[in-house]
Design a protein around this ligand. Sequence first.
Ligand code: FMN
Length: 364
Amino acid sequence: MTTNLFTPISLAGQTLPNRIMVAPMCQYSADEGRATDWHLIHWGQFALSGAGLFMIEATAVNAEGRITPGCLGLWNDAQEEAIARNLARVKAFSDIPIGIQLGHAGRKSSAFRPWEGPGHYAPSQGGWLVKGPSALPFADKWPVPEAMTADEIAAVVADFAASAQRAVRLGLKVIEIHAAHGYLLSSFLSPRANQRTDRYGGTAENRRRLPMEVFAAVHAVCPEDVAVGMRINGTDWLEDGITPDEAVAMAEALYAAGGDFVDVSSGGNAPARIPVGPGYQLPFASRIRREVGITTITVGMIRSPLHAESIVTCNEADMVALGRGFLNDPRWPWHAAEKLGHTLEVAKQYQFGATSQYRPTVGR
Ligand SMILES: Cc1cc2nc3c(=O)[nH]c(=O)nc-3n(C[C@H](O)[C@H](O)[C@H](O)COP(=O)(O)O)c2cc1C
């Protein structure tokens, strides 16, 4: 049996061994933005997963860009060194391609860690004043952001470029700019959050301006073999939010500017009713892939190997990302490979457990 999920794919100069991505997942376990031993364990287990790409969690480009005080950052030397230390240890045992998601949480920053319950840290408790496109909160009881000035916008663009330079120095080969889920770039894209009257608000083209400036600044500091793409919302699931048409236009602009891929998610610009189910975001990704032609990643409640295989085979997306599926089953690709009749190379120390069948253990 041949499988399409396990065929290689090129992203810029990279050849990924298969089409499975470990989705970026915040761990809220950094120390002043520095990666810790938790990250070493977390990255290490996925480095042995057999996935084609491991995407490091949303990593803030400045201190105010962290979702929580426990979020990873990449704006200073100590943070770069902490990532370098963990990467070196992981790479000693695995050649999995590793990327990083760079982001800024905007009006959704300064939040409690999920296990601390809902709520936000006030500046007096170690939090900070949140900024966004307009002085509009995400929802009731959320902090009211300060509308960013033109100088603050320019500074954020420069911060993304500086973090990207650090990522390149770290040898990371894929950079995903986080422009989804209602965080800063996503909120600029969304008419629900962005009611500016300057060149960053109003028309869809103006709302795309900041994400596109960030893309251009990041792309400019990356060598050709580093793939640069973006996670965007295929929809906000709101009457007055980002629409699927706007998502297509965003992907078109990204592709025209030299973007290597788009990772299509949804929601997060305001509370919304979302019809979740396996592959619930796939129609948005498929439409972008069909109409724009950019390499497209889909994500969202995909757990079945046959579902993932059919998505790639039917050209609905080029790659499939799993988040919670990987937390639950860190060796999901092993099990998918077995189900699809593909032989996956695994670490030599683990070869005797690569399939669910017993294999001889050379007499030990
Ligand atoms: C613990 C956790 C942390 C997450 N952190 C991020 C993140 O850092 N960046 C991001 O774009 N999405 C993040 N997400 C969303 C996932 O990347 C993914 O899009 C979402 O969970 C849907 O996919 P799934 O159904 O396979 O989990 C996170 C999800 C979880 C469960």
